[in-house]
Design a protein around this ligand. Structure first.
Ligand SMILES: Cc1cc2nc3c(=O)[nH]c(=O)nc-3n(C[C@H](O)[C@H](O)[C@H](O)COP(=O)(O)OP(=O)(O)OC[C@H]3O[C@@H](n4cnc5c(N)ncnc54)[C@H](O)[C@@H]3O)c2cc1C
Length: 460
């Protein structure tokens, strides 16, 4: 009886919430449809963390008073903090990609899927693969790409982890390696198949290595009983003397300790000098044979940003002023990984993180709305909200407000921080449910090879 009352109350609350949301969205849509053709045209390039937050803020503040258009080459927003989970079979790739049209249409903004080829700042037009679009205000938020530091061999023979496709390729490679190893009798042949090298010990490299170690040590023996976890090897190669890049040494020490406890072979002060198919050479001269070499060593601005006829910062991203406007280009803003942003108070460069990109997106949305209303703009101030890093199965490390949280509590902090960041209510609910089921049943269930792979023997 009590359960029935609960069920009725929850269903009624969910129903009421659904009706309220639908009516709010219909009102926003009516407002957008009523935008006069003479209203300022705000174009946002890139639907990542920065661009999407800018669009949401603009829609909230300008509903009905501006034409807002988001352009991206994909029709989804990629939730990069969980990309390593997709790459290591912990979640399905579809769980980390959210439709961009859900962030535009219901909020009274427009979306166009197109590849951006350039910007004509004089004529105030964005050049697309299939046409061009005029703008009054422009927000450039085109993110970054993997940096191979000019190492062409590394670009050719390693697997980068940056886009959704990269996550799927790595996931298929990992599953393929396990399937191949399971039918191989000769341990000498099996060794490179079961060796996984991660180049780069920043947050992405550390999280990927932790998840791979977990997959090989905890999950693999259940599903591949003939494979010995002791025959597997995960190596992290990091050129710096510590892990986790700009993050605190306290977090880096915990990450190093926990990875080593999981059996990960962490090499600090060591670079990858050469890569050939199936082999990586380290700066100390050692070579490691591995069929899977993952590149997580850094990012750089995409070519399109480098080509723009505008001032660039030290790493090649766009140089912006305190209002996040590209220097010398009024009403053109650059945010997120595409921009070299300095904190207004400390003048330190703002880190390339989703949290910073979101703060910049919010600031730009607010500033454009204020400019359209004829009010003065606010300088950007970065707020460091702390860092969270996941370290394999139900373990993590976080530094929030100067407090170090580790182990299960660190893992929980990681989940909560990312849950708050996931875009839609529906996706939050789906992720929370997924993690709860995973917690209760202690099972990762996404080890299918989904890439169409034709092999000659299939046809025989
Ligand atoms: C594997 C990985 C894990 C990460 N984990 C974390 C984490 O845990 N916490 C954290 O804070 N940060 C993390 N980051 C960093 C974070 O993802 C970035 O700082 C953040 O995504 C930057 O946001 P952005 O909007 O500038 O760029 P992005 O989110 O990269 O978005 C750029 C958008 O531009 C689009 N685009 C690019 N070029 C074109 C073009 N020519 N035409 C059309 N569209 C184009 C892309 O499709 C994309 O949608 C991680 C990054 C990676 C790669």
């Amino acid at each position: 009886m009590k359960k029935l009352a609960w069920f009725t109350a929850v269903t009624a609350a969910a129903g009421a919430y659904g009706v309220l949301r639908a009516s709010r969205q219909a009102a926003k849509l009516r407002m957008q449809q009523a935008v006069p053709a003479t209203a300022p045209r705000v174009v946002v390039l890139g639907g990542g963390f920065a661009g999407m937050t800018a669009v949401k803020t603009l829609a909230e503040r300008l509903g009905g008073r501006a034409q807002i258009l988001l352009i991206d080459r994909h029709n989804y927003h990629l939730f990069t903090p969980m990309l390593y989970e997709a790459a290591t079979c912990a979640v399905a790739p579809s769980d980390i990609a959210y439709p961009l049209r859900q962030c535009t249409g219901p909020h009274g903004a427009d979306f166009r899927r197109a590849t951006i080829r350039g910007v004509d700042f004089k004529q105030r037009r964005v050049l697309l693969g299939d046409g061009e679009v005029p703008f009054d205000y422009l927000v450039i938020a085109l993110g970054s790409t993997a940096s191979f530091f000019g190492n062409e061999a590394a670009r050719q023979h390693t697997l980068a982890l940056k886009q959704l496709e990269d996550g799927i390729v790595i996931r298929n490679r990992v599953v393929d390696m396990l399937e191949q190893a399971s039918t191989m009798a000769d341990p000498a042949l099996r060794t490179p198949i079961l060796t996984f090298v991660v180049v780069g010990g920043g947050a992405t490299g550390v999280e990927t290595a932790g998840a791979l170690a977990d997959l090989l040590q905890r999950v693999m023996p259940r599903e591949y009983p003939h494979l010995d976890p002791r025959a597997t090897r995960v190596v992290v190669v990091e050129a710096a003397p510590k892990l986790l890049g700009h993050m605190s040494s306290r977090m880096a020490d915990v990450a190093l300790r926990d990875l080593r406890k999981m059996g990960v072979d962490v090499r600090l002060n060591t670079g990858a000098t050469n890569v050939t198919p199936g082999q990586v050479t380290l700066s100390n001269g050692e070579t490691i044979s591995a069929q899977t070499i993952i590149w997580a060593a850094g990012v750089q601005p995409p070519e399109i940003i480098a080509k723009l006829d505008a001032p660039h910062g030290p790493e090649g991203s766009l140089a912006v002023d305190e209002y996040l406007q590209v220097r010398g280009y009024p009403k053109v803003y650059a945010i997120g990984d595409s921009a070299h942003v300095e904190d207004g108070r400390t003048h330190n460069p703002v880190p390339l993180l989703a949290a910073a990109a979101e703060q910049e997106g919010r600031a730009v949305g607010r500033n454009i709305a204020r400019d359209i209303a004829g009010r003065r703009q606010f300088p950007f101030r970065y707020r460091d909200l702390g860092n969270v890093v996941s370290l394999g199965h139900r373990s993590g490390v976080a530094l929030i407000g100067g407090v170090l949280i580790e182990g299960f509590a660190g893992w929980l902090a990681w989940r909560l921080v990312h849950l708050a960041r996931i875009t839609s209510f529906r996706s939050k609910l789906a992720a929370a449910l997924d993690w709860t089921v995973d917690y209760l049943y202690d099972e990762d269930t996404v080890r299918l090879e989904v890439e169409p792979s034709y092999r000659a023997e299939d046809a025989a």
